[in-house]
Design a protein around this ligand. Structure first.
Ligand code: G3P
Ligand code: MG
Length: 344
């Protein structure tokens, strides 16, 4: 019965903990599995001494695909189920903007996929830069390629009659020159109508939102590559140089507070799905590879943060600027096992 007692306590403790996983650099590199990630998820999905499921959500700054498609892809790579109910990518919380803006310019990623994302979020009239380029190619004189496929998935129309209400950068720009040019045109337009010039040039004509702010992203390349944050910095510098004013913008994703609040909601309802109780667990562990987003955000939000060395961060000890409060680990499996040992 002493054994039963210990088991009971461990089970209760297991029900009061949860994990939030970063994806790129923790569980995968691009489409390639990090093997320790698969094992870590198997343990949390019930392959542990208690035979209990330990709730975990995925909190990624990734983007560019609809949630159902990305979850299906991740389930395959990770050999573990990933439900849309436990999944937040950078633009997921931006669905709330659909109620405020009818006509939006969606920038970045494969445009037909990001158009689909915006449609699912409830935006009514979705324009992508390729639609504009298809209607008026002189708008981007530096552009060299416009493939047959891009043309086939673009919808040109008379943009002098269209009021664009907001710009939503969902994913990495595939063509900085065209995207920056069109965004600059819109920000200085009269009420978001292309081809017009604002009567009051000191005012930014329409709002702009970015789905995340990471400067670097781990990919299959040996060193991290530039990400959406560098695109935003380029735009901010251009906007300042050409208008003399600071760009007003909103950034989502980690480490922004709004994203962690959203994660709390997802975590709460996922706890309900797994344990039948709608409440936040006492002990939340975030496992991430990027000190500037995963770790700083988790630290601010009172989570236990674990920094792994399989992605952006490659240092020896802890990160100087944003140290992980639970520790630095070789990989995600080591982090999960250490957290379980501490709590159970
Ligand atoms: O920085 C871009 C994105 O791919 C990072 O994703 O999962 O590391 O937050 P993640
Ligand atoms: Mg990462």
């Amino acid at each position: 019965s002493q054994v039963q007692d210990i088991r009971g306590k461990a089970t209760a403790a297991a029900k009061d903990m949860a994990f939030a996983f970063d994806i790129d650099g923790v569980l995968v590199h691009g489409d390639r599995l990090i093997p320790e990630g698969q094992r870590a998820l198997e343990i949390l999905n019930g392959d542990n001494e208690l035979g209990i499921k330990i709730p975990h959500i995925f909190l990624t700054n990734g983007s560019g695909k609809i949630e159902t498609a990305r979850c299906a892809q991740l389930s395959k790579i990770l050999h573990n189920p990933v439900s849309t109910d436990q999944f937040i990518q950078s633009h997921t919380p931006m669905s709330a903007l659909a109620e405020y803006y009818e006509t939006v310019l969606v920038v970045g990623g494969e445009s037909y996929q990001c158009r689909e994302v915006a449609k699912q979020y409830g935006f009514k009239d979705i324009i992508v830069p390729n639609d504009i380029y298809a209607a008026q190619s002189t708008i981007s004189p530096l552009r060299e390629h416009f493939t047959a496929e891009q043309r086939a998935t673009s919808t040109p129309r008379d943009f002098s009659k269209v009021k664009i209400n907001a710009i939503l950068v969902f994913s990495d720009s595939r063509d900085y020159a065209t995207d920056l040019q069109i965004i600059m045109d819109l920000l200085q337009s009269e009420d978001g109508v292309l081809g017009t010039k604002a009567k009051s040039p000191t005012e930014q004509s329409i709002p702009i939102y970015f789905s995340q702010g990471d400067l670097l992203c781990p990919t299959e390349h040996p060193n991290p590559r530039m990400s959406q944050g560098t695109f935003r910095i380029a735009l901010e510098a251009i906007y300042k140089a050409l208008t003399g004013h600071e760009l007003e913008r909103v950034v989502y994703g980690k480490p922004e507070l709004a994203t962690y609040k959203y994660a709390d909601e997802v975590m709460t309802s996922w706890m309900d799905t797994l344990h039948g109780e709608e409440k936040l667990p006492k002990h939340i562990y975030m496992v991430g590879d990027n000190p500037a987003s995963d770790i700083t955000g988790g630290n601010m939000y009172g989570w236990n943060t674990c920094l792994v060395r399989t992605g952006v961060y490659q240092g020896e000890g802890n990160d100087d600027e944003n140290p992980a409060n639970f520790g630095v680990f070789t990989n995600v499996l080591e982090a999960v096992q250490t957290a379980l040992r501490k709590e159970l």
